[in-house]
Design a binder for this molecule. Structure first.
Ligand SMILES: [Zn+2]
Length: 165
């Protein structure tokens, strides 16, 4: 047996995966070849080191599963502060969106409402009939309302003028 073949077989010998005949031949070479004998020593060291390292990973620690479950249970039961914190984190964006919508509504609604209330006051001061005013309030579009209010104002002014004549 030469060194090249011996090197290939040493790992199988140490692992106990070498058939008896080949193992005997390798043992003969290792007796006379210090380099290959040293290789077997090194391989044995490496193997024991690897098994030492692998042991904690493959074998779970005692009560590992129980401790894991207890840990998960504890984490799934949130503390009061965690609940408040989570609610707050969710509430802030919602509050901002609601506030923005409210501000938007106020900005959009305010000018039309102010104009309308002034016109309405004029209308009431001129004592137009209540049904006419109701129809104007029921009009959906602000433009329509303005037009109706304008015409109602002209009509009532004319009525006043006619009354004076
Ligand atoms: Zn050798």
């Amino acid at each position: 047996m030469n060194c090249h073949r011996a090197e290939k077989l040493i790992s199988r010998l140490v692992d106990g995966r070498l058939e008896a005949g080949t193992a005997a031949g390798l043992e003969e070479h290792l007796k006379v070849c210090p380099a290959c004998a040293q290789l077997r020593v090194d391989y044995r060291k490496m193997k024991s080191l690897m098994s030492d390292l692998r042991f904690p990973e493959t074998e779970p620690l005692p009560y590992f599963e129980q401790r894991l479950r207890a840990r998960l249970k504890a984490e799934s039961r949130p503390s009061l502060w965690a609940v408040v914190e989570r609610w707050y984190a969710a509430a802030v964006p919602v509050f901002l969106v609601v506030a923005m919508i409210l501000v938007g509504i106020l900005f959009l609604a305010q000018p039309a409402e102010v104009q309308l209330s002034q016109s309405e006051m004029l209308l009431f001061q001129e004592q137009s009939s209540l049904t006419e005013a109701r129809a104007i309030f029921d009009a959906q579009k602000p433009e329509d309302r303005q037009l109706q209010l304008l015409f109602a104002g002209l009509d009532s002014q004319e009525a006043v003028r006619r009354g004076k004549q």
